[in-house]
Design a protein around this ligand. Structure first.
Ligand code: ZN
Length: 296
């Protein structure tokens, strides 16, 4: 078990900047060859998202997809102009556990080139699509360190049919081994009766009633973890694509979408916020981060 670090937990908003069809629930119907034929909605969703954050004076962390940065460099510049942190969400939204180490490195390098072309040099943070740095590829965290990143937020220690890894660390740690300092921040959970309960983003946040979210957020804080929200611009949008999904897949990709803007507003109203990069900075300054290596 990773020891606790006594850094007071706060609230953090993270946004994965991508199109509605990039979610892996759409992959069967929306392979990369057809992406450029789809209606692009990211500008609308991002405008709603950025305006809401401005209303509450909150700075967030935006993990931008390289594919999207190439098509919408103005969106990337606008995120920076409004004073938010910009990180990397891969280039082509792959499930990382399906890539070889060299393919993963190539995707990272292409993403960094796309971000640099949009004016973002040397982003500190990385988040894998669908939290897909699973145990079989935990060793790829070294690739991120070699690519110059300072922290990762791709590990989700829960049961899930695609990216589940309930035995992975729940608490932040410093990646052991040679190279630059590199911190890993897992997604927060509430540990209850031996089970890690997720609550802070995507379908979990969309489908949870507000009192249940509030309960879980306060419990996670009580266990020393930040409430690290993850969301997407399409969750702020009223666009509802019809792409012939099963009802279960449709629930995962769109269920509760209409509740999301109001929930985010409520979170912005009650929280005490910092960016993910600021949280990593506080962790590092504490001098208490345990060193750990994840075997793969
Ligand atoms: Zn994504």
């Amino acid at each position: 078990m990773t020891p606790s670090v006594s850094v007071s937990p706060r609230d953090i908003i993270t946004v994965d900047v991508e199109e509605w069809f990039h979610g892996h629930n759409y992959l069967d119907h929306m392979p990369p060859e057809v992406w450029d034929d789809q209606e692009l909605r990211v500008e609308k969703g991002m405008s709603l998202c950025l305006d809401m954050l401005d209303r509450f004076g909150v700075k967030a962390t935006f993990f931008v997809l390289g594919w999207t940065a190439e098509r919408h460099p103005g969106v990337v510049r606008e995120i920076a102009r409004r004073g938010h942190e910009i990180g990397c969400h891969s280039y082509g939204h792959p499930e990382v556990f399906k890539l070889t180490r060299d393919q993963f490195r190539a995707d990272c390098e292409r993403a960094l080139e796309a971000l640099a072309a949009a004016g973002v040099d040397n982003p500190a943070g990385y988040r894998a699509p669908s939290f897909s740095i699973t145990p079989s590829v935990h060793g790829y965290l070294e690739v991120l360190r070699e690519c110059g990143f300072r922290y990762d937020c791709s590990i989700f220690p829960i049961h899930h049919p695609r990216y589940g890894q309930p035995d992975s660390p729940r608490r932040p740690f410093r990646l052991d081994g040679p190279g630059n300092p590199f911190t890993v921040v897992p997604m927060p959970t509430w540990r209850f009766l031996g089970v890690n309960v997720p609550f802070s983003g995507g379908g979990y946040l969309r489908l949870l009633p507000w009192p249940a979210f509030r309960f879980l957020r306060d419990r996670a804080h009580g266990q020393g973890l930040p409430c690290l929200i993850y969301m997407h611009p399409w969750e702020m949008d009223d666009f509802r694509p019809r792409v012939g999904q099963s009802s279960v897949t449709s629930l995962r990709s769109q269920g509760g979408q209409a509740t999301m803007p109001a929930k985010i507003e409520k979170i912005l109203a009650i929280g005490e916020f910092e960016t993910l990069g600021q949280y990593v900075g506080r962790l590092e300054e504490s001098g208490q981060l345990p060193f750990q290596v994840l075997n793969s």
